[in-house]
Design a protein around this ligand. Structure first.
Ligand code: NOJ
Length: 868
C-alpha cells in the first residue's frame, strides 16, 4: 500500500470509527503529520538515567511477556483504587502501579491539600516556589501510595484565553511555562513520585477534544478536533516547555486527546517518535490520556508506552493492548524490542525517582472515601480496607498560603490605598467572598461555581481539607485590629449593599469571579471552555453598584485567566484591583496577606486585553468541517498573548508581566558579557540496535489464562483465551503481517541515525543548545521605604522580520530591603537566541541584529543593549 502520510493511513485504520468523508477531504487539503519510524528505544547512557536504566534492565530481564504487557496496559476504568492502574507482577512482588491526578493535589482523596493552580503559581515568577510546591505535592502523593502524579501541565499552553484548562498550566509564554513544568517535575520526583507532564500536545481547548463528548453540547462529529500546527510554531512555542521538562528528567508524558495535523496524539509517530523520543531524547514513558488511544499495534509503533486506563472505552472490559498486545508480539506484528522498551521506560522512571519493587500499599480509593469497600470498585469484588484516611498534609498549608499570596497580582492601586493600614470599617461584598452553602466539596470535581472560587473544575482538582474564605479571614483580621467589619455574601442584594457601602469610612472589597474547567462537566452552560471572558453572576454590575456609592472600592477577581475589566477599571472610585487566580485552600489568608501588605504580590502571567477579540485567536465553538474532524489551524503561529498584542500594535489594559508593588524599584547598570561557546556541532551518528531483555516463549500455550484463575469482572488481563491467536484477539485486522499492517520501518530494530538537533545522551536535545552565550546582569534598587519583591524580566528581540517584537527569556523574583541593591543575573543560551529552521531541521542563530531588554513587564523595558 502506498502511504501518502502516516496520518491519513492511521485515520483510515481507526479501529472504532468510519473513514472521513472523501468529499470533505477533497474540499480542503487537510494538514498532515509525517510518519517517523521506528520508535526510539532507551539509551543506556542517557544523562541522569544511567542507574535507572541498569535497575530496569535487571528487573525487566526477569519478566515474561505477560508481565511486560501487564506493565503497559491499564486494568480498566474503576477496576483498582486509582484513576488508572496497570497490572501487577506478583511473582516479583510488584503491586499494581498507581497513576493518579492531579496537578493541585491528590484528587478525590481525604486528608490531603489543595494547592494553588499552576497559573497562580506561575504568577509568583519564583522558581524556588515552583519547586517547593512540586515537592510538597509529591510528598502528599507518595504518602497516599501514588506512583505517578498526573501533572504538571504544559498543554494547554494558553493559546486562547477562554480555553477551559489554562489554569491547570502556567502561562501562554513558553519560557515561564518551561520553568514551571521543569521545577515542578524536579520537585515531584525528588519527593519520590514520577511526574507526568501533559497533555502532549496542542490540547489548546476543550471543545471537540473528544468526538464523543461533542454530543453533550449538540454536535455530531466522527473525529476529534485537529490542532494544525506548523513545524516552526511547534518548536518555538508548544514543544519548548516539554523540552524543559524532558531536560529536567521528567519520567512520563501524557499524550493528548485531540489530533495534531490530523493524526491522534496517542498514535502520532511524528510527535512521539520523532520530536519527543528522538529529538528531545525523552527516556521515560508515554501514557495515553484516558481513552485517547484508538489503535493497538499502530499506537505501539508510534511510540505509546502505556494504555490508560486500559479499556477501549470506560468499562468495556476490552483493550487495544492487554491480550491483543500479547498476541501482536507473538505473531510478530509488534516487535519484541518494542514491548521490552515500553517495560524498560516504565520501570526506569519508577527506579529513577527511587521507588523500590516492593511498594507501600495504596491507602486511598478514588472511588470511595469509606474505610472499607471493594478494591475492584466496578466489579464490587475484593472487600478490604481501601482508605486508611492517612493525613499527608504536613505543614503544607503554610506553603500554600505563601504561594497564593505571592501569586496574587496587584493591577491597580490608586494613591497607595493598599496596603490597608488599620482601616476603620471594612465591608466585603459578593458571593465570592463567602462559603459554598453546601460545602466546599459539594460538587464532584468542583463542577459548580458557588461561594468563593479557589479552583476550577475537572480532573485537575482535589478535595478541600478546609477552605479559608476571604470573609472568614478578613473578619479574623478585623477583630485582631479592632476594625469594624461586615459582609454581604450575595451578588444580588442590591439595596442592602447600597445602604451598607454608603456609610462613612467604608473600605469596600468586592469579590467577583469567572470559572472554567474540563469538558466532561457543564457548569452554567460552559462546556469546560468559558463562553465569554466576562465576570459571572452579575459581577460587573455588582462592582458598579458598589463603586457608585463608595469612593474606596477594591475589586478582587478569582478567575482562570483574564476577564474583561474595560467598563470599570478606570472608575476613580475603584481604588484597587487585584487578580487572585485560583489560590487553593488558603484563599482567604493569602488575600489578607496581600491586602494588608504582609506579603509581596506577583506579576500577571498573561495579558489583559480590552475585548475578547483583541487576543486575535479564540476557542472554536462550532465544528468547521461538517461531521469530520474540526480543523483548528494555528495560523497565528507564534503570535499568542503578548506577542500578538505587540504584532497588532494594540493597546492593552494590563500587559504580560505587569504587576504593582508596595515599594518602588530602580533599574540600572545593565551589563552584557559574551561567553566563549564552541561552534555548534550538529549531532550525528547511529544508535545501537534495539535490545531485547530476557527470553520469551513463542508457544501461545504458555500465555493462556490459567485454569484455576478467577478473573475480576471487567478487568483487563494480558492472558490469551485461546492458542489460536486469531481467535484470542479482538482485533478486527488481526493476522496481517507487520509489513502489511504497520508503516514502513516500524519494525526495524537496527541502529538508527541520530537527528542533528538531538542530544547525544542528553535529554532535552543537542546539549549545545543549552550552552550559555551571554550573561546579563542588572542592578535593581529598592527606592521605597519597605522591603518588597521585584520581578525583573529579560526579553530578547531576535530581530528577524517574522519574529515577535520581543520574547521572554529570563526572570527572577528578588527580595530587596529598602535602600538596597540586588543584582539580577540571567543567561542567554543558544536556544534562547535561535529560531527553528524547518528546512535544515535544527535551531539556528540568525544574522539579524539582536537586542536584550531588562524591565518590569513586557511593555516596561527600561534597560536595553545590542548583542554583538
Ligand atoms: C483526562 C484528563 O485530560 C487528564 O488530564 C487526566 O489526567 C485524566 N483524565 C485522568 O483523570
Amino acid at each position: 500500500m502506498h502511504l501518502k502520510s502516516a496520518a491519513l493511513w492511521l485515520l483510515l485504520n481507526q479501529a472504532q470509527v468510519s473513514c472521513a468523508n472523501p468529499l470533505q477531504l477533497e474540499k480542503r487539503a487537510l494538514a498532515t503529520s509525517d510518519p517517523f519510524y521506528p520508535s526510539p528505544w532507551m539509551d543506556p547512557e542517557a544523562i541522569g538515567w544511567e542507574e535507572a536504566y541498569q535497575k530496569a534492565k535487571d528487573f525487566v530481564s526477569q519478566l515474561t511477556l505477560l508481565e511486560k504487557v501487564n506493565l503497559t496496559t491499564g486494568t480498566g476504568w474503576e477496576t483498582e483504587q486509582c484513576v488508572g492502574n496497570v497490572g501487577a507482577i506478583p511473582r516479583l512482588g510488584l503491586r499494581s502501579l498507581c497513576m493518579h491526578d492531579s496537578p493541585v493535589g491528590v484528587r478525590g482523596a481525604d486528608y490531603s491539600s489543595v494547592f494553588p493552580s499552576g497559573q497562580t503559581t506561575a504568577a509568583t515568577w519564583s522558581r524556588s516556589l515552583f519547586y517547593k510546591r512540586g515537592f510538597a505535592m509529591g510528598e502528599e502523593a507518595k504518602g497516599k501510595g501514588v506512583n505517578v502524579l498526573l501533572g504538571p501541565v504544559a498543554g494547554p499552553l494558553g493559546r486562547a484565553p477562554a480555553a477551559g484548562r489554562n489554569w491547570e498550566g502556567f502561562s501562554p509564554d513558553p519560557v515561564l511555562t518551561g520553568a514551571g513544568v521543569a521545577e515542578s517535575s524536579k520537585g515531584i520526583q525528588d519527593a519520590g513520585v514520577v511526574a507526568c507532564v501533559k497533555h502532549f500536545i496542542g490540547n489548546e481547548q476543550e471543545h471537540f477534544r473528544v468526538a464523543g463528548e461533542a454530543k453533550d453540547y449538540g454536535f455530531s462529529i466522527s473525529e476529534s478536533l485537529s490542532s494544525n500546527i506548523d513545524d516552526k510554531t511547534m518548536h518555538e512555542l508548544y514543544l519548548w516547555p516539554f523540552a524543559d521538562a524532558v531536560r529536567a528528567g521528567v519520567g512520563s508524558v501524557m499524550c493528548s486527546y485531540q489530533q495534531i495535523n490530523n493524526s491522534y496524539g496517542c498514535q502520532n509517530s511524528k510527535l512521539m517518535n520523532n520530536l519527543l523520543k528522538n529529538e528531545l531524547g525523552f527516556q521515560g514513558f508515554v501514557m495515553s490520556d484516558w481513552q485517547a488511544q484508538h489503535t493497538g499495534a499502530a499506537s505501539a509503533a508510534a511510540g505509546l508506552d502505556m494504555s490508560m486506563p486500559g479499556d477501549t472505552a470506560f468499562n468495556t472490559g476490552r483493550s487495544y493492548w492487554g491480550a491483543n498486545l500479547t498476541a501482536a508480539v507473538l505473531n510478530g506484528t509488534v516487535p519484541e524490542w518494542r514491548v521490552d522498551d515500553m517495560a524498560m521506560r516504565i520501570m526506569a522512571a519508577i527506579f529513577k525517582v527511587g521507588q523500590p519493587v516492593k511498594q507501600d500499599p495504596i491507602n486511598f480509593s478514588f472511588w470511595s472515601q469509606a474505610a472499607f469497600g471493594p478494591v475492584h470498585w466496578r466489579a464490587k469484588q475484593g472487600y478490604q480496607q481501601i482508605n486508611g484516611h492517612v493525613d499527608v498534609r504536613g505543614n503544607h498549608g503554610t506553603l500554600i498560603r505563601e504561594v497564593a499570596a505571592k501569586g496574587t497580582v496587584l493591577l491597580k492601586n490608586s494613591n497607595g490605598i493598599l496596603p490597608l493600614r488599620n482601616p476603620k470599617f471594612v465591608v466585603a461584598v459578593g458571593e465570592d467572598a463567602g462559603p459554598n452553602p453546601l460545602g466546599p466539596n459539594s460538587c464532584g470535581d468542583r463542577g459548580c461555581n458557588a461561594g468563593t472560587l479557589a479552583l476550577g473544575w475537572g480532573s485537575g482538582t482535589a478535595n478541600f481539607p478546609y477552605l479559608v474564605t476571604p470573609d472568614a479571614a478578613l473578619q479574623a483580621r478585623a477583630i485582631r485590629d479592632g476594625t469594624r467589619y461586615e459582609s454581604i455574601l450575595s451578588n444580588y442584594a442590591t439595596s442592602q449593599i447600597q445602604s451598607l457601602v454608603s456609610q462613612d469610612n467604608v473600605t469596600a472589597i468586592v469579590f467577583v469571579n469567572s470559572d472554567s474547567g474540563e469538558s466532561y462537566i457543564n457548569v452554567e452552560g460552559n462546556m469546560g471552555d468559558r463562553n465569554n471572558l466576562t465576570l459571572w453572576k452579575n459581577g460587573d454590575d455588582l462592582i458598579k453598584t458598589v463603586a457608585a456609592r463608595c469612593s474606596n472600592t477594591i475589586v478582587v477577581i478569582h478567575s482562570p485567566g483574564p476577564v474583561i475589566v474595560t467598563d470599570w477599571y478606570t472608575n476613580p472610585n475603584i481604588t484597587a484591583i487585584i487578580w487572585a487566580g485560583f489560590p487553593g485552600q488558603e484563599s482567604g489568608n493569602s488575600i489578607v496577606d496581600i491586602l494588608y501588605g504582609d506579603s509581596s504580590p506577583g506579576r500577571s502571567p498573561f495579558s489583559w486585553g480590552a475585548t475578547r477579540e483583541s487576543y486575535g485567536v479564540d476557542v472554536m465553538y462550532k465544528p468547521n468541517n461538517g461531521q469530520d474532524a474540526p480543523q483548528q489551524d494555528f495560523s497565528e503561529g507564534n503570535f499568542i498573548d503578548y506577542r500578538y498584542f505587540d504584532k497588532a500594535n494594540s493597546s492593552l489594559i494590563y500587559e504580560f508581566g505587569y504587576g504593582l508593588s508596595y515599594t518602588t524599584f530602580d533599574y540600572g547598570n545593565l551589563k552584557v558579557q559574551k561567553e566563549n561557546v564552541s561552534t555548534y556541532q550538529a549531532t550525528s551518528g547511529v544508535t545501537a540496535a534495539a535490545p531485547t531483555f530476557g527470553n520469551m516463549s513463542r508457544n501461545p500455550g504458555s500465555y493462556l489464562l490459567p485454569n484455576d484463575f478467577q478473573p475480576v469482572y471487567l478487568y483487563v488481563y494480558s492472558y490469551l483465551n485461546s492458542t489460536d491467536l486469531k481467535a484470542a484477539s479482538t482485533d478486527r485486522d488481526f493476522g496481517k503481517t507487520a509489513a502489511e499492517f504497520l508503516p514502513h520501518g516500524a519494525n526495524d530494530g537496527s541502529g538508527q541515525p541520530l537527528l542533528r538537533s538531538a542530544g547525544k545522551h542528553s535529554p532535552g536535545g543537542n546539549a549545545q543548545l543549552y550552552e550559555n552565550m551571554y550573561t546579563i546582569t542588572a542592578d535593581i534598587t529598592n527606592t521605597g521605604r519597605i522591603a518588597g519583591d521585584e520581578i525583573p524580566q529579560l526579553y530578547v528581540s531576535l530581530g528577524g522580520p517574522t519574529d515577535p517584537r520581543i520574547v521572554l527569556r529570563g526572570f527572577d523574583r528578588l527580595h530587596i530591603e529598602p535602600g538596597k541593591t540586588v543584582q539580577f543575573k540571567a543567561s542567554l543560551t543558544r536556544r534562547d537566541l535561535s529560531n527553528w529552521d524547518p528546512a535544515i531541521q535544527d535551531w539556528v542563530v540568525s544574522s539579524y541584529p539582536k537586542t536584550v531588554y531588562v524591565g518590569r513587564s513586557s511593555r516596561k523595558l527600561e534597560l536595553s543593549a545590542k548583542l554583538t
